[in-house]
Design a protein around this ligand. Sequence first.
Ligand SMILES: Cc1cc2nc3c(=O)[nH]c(=O)nc-3n(C[C@H](O)[C@H](O)[C@H](O)COP(=O)(O)O)c2cc1C
Ligand SMILES: [Mn+2]
Length: 477
Amino acid sequence: MAWRDLRQFLEHLEARGDLLTISAPVDPLFELGAICRWFLDRGPNHALFFRQVAGHQMPVVANTLATRERLDWALQIGEVPRHRFVLDRWQSTVEPVRISGAPPCQEEVWEGEAADLRRLPIPWHNVEDGGPYISMGILIVRDPDSGVHNLSYARVQVKGPQVGGIQILPEKHARRILERYQAAGQPMPVALAIGVDPVLSLAAAASPPWGVSEYGLAGAWRGEPVEVAEARTVPILVPAWAEIVIEGRIPPEAVEQEGPFGEFTGYYGPAGPRNRLEVQAITLRQNAIFQTLYTGLPICDNHIMQELLRSAKVWDKLRQSLPNITAVYCPPEAGNGFTVWIALKKRHEGEPRQAMLAAWTAFEYVKHVFVVDDDVDIYDARQREWAVATRVQADRDVLIVPRLIGMALDPSAQGQWGAPMRLGVEETPRTLKAGMGIDATRPLGVNYEPVVRVPESWMRHVAARLPELLGQTTPDG
Ligand SMILES: Cc1cc2nc3c(=O)[nH]c(=O)nc-3n(C[C@H](O)[C@H](O)[C@H](O)COP(=O)(O)O)c2cc1C
Ligand SMILES: [Mn+2]
């Protein structure tokens, strides 16, 4: 059974002892963020439920998907390898269904002046942030040409009771859709959903191909369609069981200063002129829960989500031409896919470079691509180091390709801007990246001495004798 909503998942976490309820009063100004950071780094790394947020009745949940275990429970992966689970359902979609009657997400409606962002317990996480931020709001927009719904995240800084500054990055689908409204001189209707079932949260972080709705992807992962409902003031279908939905519009030309914001890169994303989000209505469930996501230096929720999603995305692209790929891994420590590891059963000397080329173009973040033989366990940092140390000669095995489409928030790409392009309200620089590929596969036809491994049969032998070796039993029992 799929999770119907965030609440069901939180109940499950609580039953597993993986939800820490904090009943002591907590200040949303810096203190809540600091507590999130503490538990991410120093543990215990549970999901956090803040019951008493100063100045508010509404509770706040954080660190919800900050461990692999919680993500696996969210997806209900069971025994299936986690990358396979996501990948096998990547191409299929299960379209959402509309529920009949008034949706739970509209049990309470704030309209007119009552639609005031200050009524929500929106935290201000880091001292250098520009202000309080909605950090885990799912931006739902609709392509005016195809009608397809796109779900993704976009940080929103609270700038006034009904105004936010919203960052929609270059290369994102929401940006492409916004450009269409801007070209027509129309405001883009938007909905921002906060607090949904965790599989939908994950789907919004994923990037299925243009034209494929993240609603459909979530349905495939859930094994059941997502339930949706018409928003009240915008022509958009919203998740029926969302805790909170903010309805509004992004005018084509209005400029709002936004930032800085502590980003997934581990650096502050810079302040600048961004698009303005104008709030029209806020709808809520009774006893709504506000969800936030602390990000910054890895590893936070979004790094855990992207470890799985970006690996699957690269793998999906590679497998079309290289069926002999055996694993793809984007380590969460390296941000959200700046570094990719690929293992393959090499048959042709050209394959590692083919893999690099495909990986660099899979999405804009990918810079450093390591390709290894399939005997290397790329999920194990010791083996990754060992493979590079013993199978690479830099003059032969390193390929650098400059001036590819890069990621706007990569701080090392400063000075590598392409010509600014006009994306609506601002001149947005299009970042260039350099791809570096390191081929750590053994050359075909060159003699490599065997890898030193103790045979499995001997390891089983040791396992059988382990109690005795540990002095727990005598040979006679
Ligand atoms: C927690 C979180 C916050 C994010 N914040 C932003 C953001 O502020 N702006 C943005 O453009 N992308 C942001 N992203 C990245 C996009 O949501 C993500 O790349 C998504 O896959 C894009 O979807 P698309 O392929 O439909 O464009 C964020 C992702 C996560 C997980
Ligand atoms: Mn999309």
